[in-house]
Write a protein of this length. Structure first.
Length: 397
């Protein structure tokens, strides 16, 4: 069990939130913090307004213009991160930003040239790639032209910043768009996989039932023709029909049971997604070692993992959860041990619920055992199942 897969999983979970509208208050705060950092360039206009160097009318107009400019910026950058505007709307908002920034610079002086940094940010994050490559240098040209009238030195100092931040935002915009495309592709793959699974189930049921139903139909017709003159032979055909029907029912139950049987690898993947979505830091094994483990034992461990994770998400209030899967040598023989430990409260102090009771029964039927209870730092569930012959057993933790 290594660290890299867990780090990659956590990093992937954070990456997949890029370009998505905030789903909870934590994501909203994170996105607002990321965008709010860039508002540092407003310090110069704000200081200019509070300095008292302008008339009352100019100061009021400056505040109104600044609020309007920030509103345009937030509308363009923040909303466009998750639900993109139409290109026409983006262009209109960028032009409005540029015009408003120009008017404020000409009216109130060189302290307002920093507003063009936000125009450059908007171009980099919102425009298509080819258009952004032209719009950002054009913004720099506008800064220099206005600087000729209000302060060339300040404009020259800001020019490099406008260009660098603008082109950096092109990269961030590409990351957002690529992440959105990746999320859509993953959803498509999941849908295709579900469709393929349904088709496979349909094919298997057809193969299982096609022959049996055909035989039942044939024997039913024979029994119908034999009933008037040969009741003994008809009774034999009916007995054959009953036998074939029972076997078909057994086959269908086995097929459906196989499809419903949970897999430990799938449950581990679902665990990472569920706990990460709940804001819980999770550590899980990269790939379960199931050599020598029967399907029934794997299935019951998967049920145990599902029940434990459900309790962590619903009842524990935990901030961290660790899932471990190790082989151990015990007095009763080798076992595969699954442990799920969190740092939460463990829920209300009540006897074991139906979930843990049913899980205990499942494990006992598979020859395993369950131990669950509070620890000094949270709650821990340990499930064990037989792991085959000693030759299959690795070193324990």
């Amino acid at each position: 069990m290594g660290d890299d897969p867990r780090i990659d999983e956590s990093r992937a979970a954070r990456l997949m939130s890029v370009g998505r509208p905030p789903r909870n208050s934590r994501e909203l705060q994170r996105k607002m913090l990321w965008i709010g950092v860039w508002l540092v360039f407003l310090s110069s206009p704000v200081q200019d307004l509070v300095s008292g160097d302008h008339t009352t009318g100019a100061t009021v107009a400056g505040w109104l213009g600044l609020v309007a400019f920030v509103g345009l910026y937030l509308s363009l950058v923040f909303r466009n991160m998750g639900r993109q505007f139409a290109l026409k709307t983006v262009v209109v908002l960028l032009v409005a930003q540029g015009v408003l920034a120009s008017v404020l610079c000409f009216s109130l002086g060189e302290h307002w040239l920093g507003l063009f940094v936000y125009v450059s940010v908007g171009c980099g994050t919102s425009l298509p790639l080819r258009a952004a490559y032209w719009a950002i240098p054009a913004t720099g040209v506008v800064v220099m032209l206005i600087g000729l009238h209000v302060g060339l030195e300040t404009a020259a100092n800001l020019l490099l910043l406008v260009l660098l931040i603008g082109f950096a935002m092109i990269g961030i915009g590409q990351l957002v768009r690529t992440t959105i495309e990746l999320r859509e592709a993953r959803a498509t793959v999941a849908q295709l996989a579900a469709n393929e699974e349904r088709l496979r189930l349909a094919r298997d049921l057809h193969d299982l039932l096609g022959h049996s139903l055909s035989l039942i139909t044939l024997k039913s017709e024979l029994a119908g023709r034999m009933l008037p003159g040969h009741p003994d032979k008809a009774a034999q055909q009916v007995a054959d029909i009953e036998q074939v029907s029972r076997q078909a029912l057994v086959d269908v139950r086995e097929a459906v049971s196989g499809y419903r049987r949970p897999r430990l690898a799938d449950e581990l993947a679902g665990t990472r997604v569920a706990l990460t979505a709940a804001g819980i830091t999770v550590e899980t094994p990269a790939e379960p070692d199931l050599e020598g483990i029967g399907e029934d034992s794997e299935s019951v461990l998967a049920w145990a993992l599902r029940e434990a994770v459900t309790n962590v998400v619903r009842h524990s209030g935990a901030r961290r959860c660790t899932v471990d899967l190790v082989r151990r040598q015990t007095l009763d023989g080798p076992v595969l041990e699954l442990s799920v430990e969190d740092n939460g409260s463990g829920g209300p102090n009540t006897p074991a619920g139906n979930g843990l009771t049913g899980l205990t029964e499942r494990l006992e039927k598979a020859g395993g055992s369950l131990d669950a209870g509070r620890t000094r730092h949270g709650f821990r569930l340990v499930a064990q199942v037989p792991a085959g012959s000693p030759a299959d057993v690795g070193s324990g933790a």
